[in-house]
Design a protein around this ligand. Structure first.
Ligand SMILES: Nc1ncnc2c1ncn2[C@@H]1O[C@H](COP(=O)(O)OP(=O)(O)OP(=O)(O)O)[C@@H](O)[C@H]1O
Ligand SMILES: [Mg+2]
Length: 267
């Protein structure tokens, strides 16, 4: 029973509005004996809230700069609104789910990534045992990408914002997940000619980042895939706009998108 494969699914903010079939797919996977973890972003919604509060937003290498004022909005939107809407939607589809942020129970310990980025965390440690306990109790964890500052050998009260793609990669690594799947708003990772690529080796993926062919919000996704690959996890970036893209990928090996790492032949 505890050998059921783990699948980490990152739902992008850009696909959150049309998450209908993705959530159905996640519930279907749970019914079939998979142990899914959902990690969600919320960039678009956070941006709307920050705009409505006249708080300007800046990104550096695809990462949001978070000052104290922004952090309050980020926490409210990610751990509140988006997380609970997802929990409610998955529950209504018959999934048994529990929403939590990386701050809850000290699930994710972080240090400050870079003072230039403000209250943004770099992951130090993920409490994978806590996720396993939730699985064992029958729950599908839905994780909001926040963490607690780990300093002087203990947890501090400071909450930090973490890129959701990075959280998905570290969670997949910590759980030695079978799969890490990113659902996003493009047809996979594209190369220098703009065409989406079916498969990238680790070296090819790294080269695309170095050449800046992979940029912005795609950087942390590809980096997270590379991280998860280190632990033997299979990874893919797929088009979340396509109905049932997740089930097609995981069950039938039909990827509307890009697999990264591994041989590229296995499904
Ligand atoms: N080589 C590339 N191939 C495909 N997309 C790329 C590439 N380089 C940059 N991108 C950009 O990355 C974007 C996907 O990342 P983005 O952060 O916008 O979405 P998300 O992570 O799914 O959603 P969110 O950040 O709102 O949670 C694409 O829409 C595209 O503009
Ligand atoms: Mg993003």
């Amino acid at each position: 029973m505890s050998e059921s494969p783990v699948i980490v699914v990152k739902i992008g903010g850009s696909t959150l509005g049309s998450h209908d079939t993705t959530l159905e797919d996640i519930v279907a996977l749970q019914r079939e004996g998979w142990r899914p973890v959902v990690v969600h972003g919320g960039g678009a919604t956070i941006g709307e809230w920050l705009d409505s509060l006249d708080t300007p937003t800046r990104f550096v290498r695809g990462l949001r700069v978070t000052d104290a004022e922004s952090l309050r909005v980020v926490v409210a939107v990610l751990a509140g609104l988006i997380n609970k809407e997802l929990v409610a939607a998955i529950g209504a589809l018959g999934g048994q789910t529990i929403g939590l942020s990386g701050a809850d129970g000290g699930l994710i310990r972080v240090r400050q990534l870079d003072p230039e980025l403000g209250y943004v965390g770099e992951i130090e440690w993920v409490d994978s045992d806590m996720l396993v306990r939730l699985f064992d109790a029958g729950y599908l964890p839905v994780v909001a990408p926040l963490g607690l500052l780990w300093k002087d050998q203990r947890l501090q009260s400071q909450i930090l914002n973490i890129n959701a793609d990075t959280v998905a990669g570290e969670v997949a690594f910590a759980l030695a997940a079978r799969w890490l799947v990113f659902l996003t708003d493009v047809a996979g990772v594209s190369g220098s000619d703009g065409a989406s690529l079916a498969h990238l080796s680790c070296q090819e993926a790294t080269a695309l980042i170095d050449q800046e062919t992979v940029s912005g919000g795609m950087i942390p996704k590809v980096e997270a895939c590379l991280r998860a690959c280190e632990g033997g996890t299979r990874t893919a970036v797929i088009d979340g706009r396509q109905p049932h893209a997740l089930l097609a990928a995981v069950q039938q090996g039909q990827f509307v998108g890009t697999t990264i790492g591994g041989s590229g032949e296995e499904s």
